[in-house]
Design a protein around this ligand. Structure first.
Ligand SMILES: N[C@@H](CCC(=O)N[C@@H](CS)C(=O)NCC(=O)O)C(=O)O
Length: 212
């Protein structure tokens, strides 16, 4: 398996955690977002969207981190990242979607670049934008975790799921932008628990071969 990845890409980080958790070995193919390598034709041939990650398995090219995790789950079911119960599965997918659909797109490099360039926003303005959407998105996450009261050590009870694979990278990004995560104690408790696991620890940005 080959994973197209960049150490700071949180979507690639989700896929790295899932691969590690399932004990699947992969070869990292490094694509630098900082050097705009994701826009070069060599990578566009792999993923025409020009986004990370992409996974190649058995000659098939897969894109979109949630689809990649669902694929891994179906093809390599043990250990599972989705529960059996349909209501629990919907809960895990909803948490994953809050991160991947409500939080992450607003803070993506191309979004920030557009806001910066087209509206003349300076760095303090960009940081304020970033922190605003983190506060709003993590508010949704924390509110859902609390109102459902299904979390234990992790987002769903005491077993790791896809939701944890999504939550942890987003916390890393939020920390990088020095966001105040104090108002989200449930999410942070889960983050701390996940980071004690080898699969999460080994997937973190600073442990990647392209970390600078
Ligand atoms: N929904 C996509 C998001 C992919 C995505 O936006 N990846 C980011 C890195 S985390 C990227 O490649 N951004 C490039 C850019 O914004 O120019 C997924 O989950 O795979």
């Amino acid at each position: 398996m080959k994973l197209y990845t960049y150490f700071r890409s949180s979507a690639a980080f989700r896929a790295r955690i899932a691969l590690n958790y399932k004990g699947l070995a992969y070869e990292p193919a490094l694509v630098s977002l900082a050097k705009n390598e994701h826009h070069e034709s060599a990578y566009r041939r792999i993923n025409p969207q020009g986004l990370l990650p992409a996974l190649v398995d058995d000659g098939h090219r897969l894109i979109q981190s949630l689809a990649i995790m669902e694929y891994l789950e179906e093809r390599y079911p043990e250990p599972p990242l989705l529960p059996k119960d349909p209501f629990d599965r919907a809960y895990v997918r909803a948490l994953s979607d809050i991160v991947a659909c409500e939080i992450h797109p607003l803070n993506n490099p191309r979004t920030l670049k557009h806001v910066r360039k087209s509206y003349g926003v300076d760095e303090p303005g960009i940081n304020a934008w970033y922190r605003h959407w983190i506060a709003e998105g993590f508010g949704m996450l924390e509110g859902f975790l609390r109102s459902e009261a299904r979390s234990g050590t992790y987002c769903l009870g005491d077993t790791v799921t896809m939701a944890d694979c999504c939550l942890v990278p987003q916390v890393f990004n939020a920390k990088r932008y020095e966001c105040d995560l104090g108002p989200f104690p449930t999410a942070m408790r889960i983050f701390d628990a996940c980071m004690k696991l080898a699969a999460f620890d080994a997937a973190q940005p600073s442990k990647q071969p392209d970390a600078t």
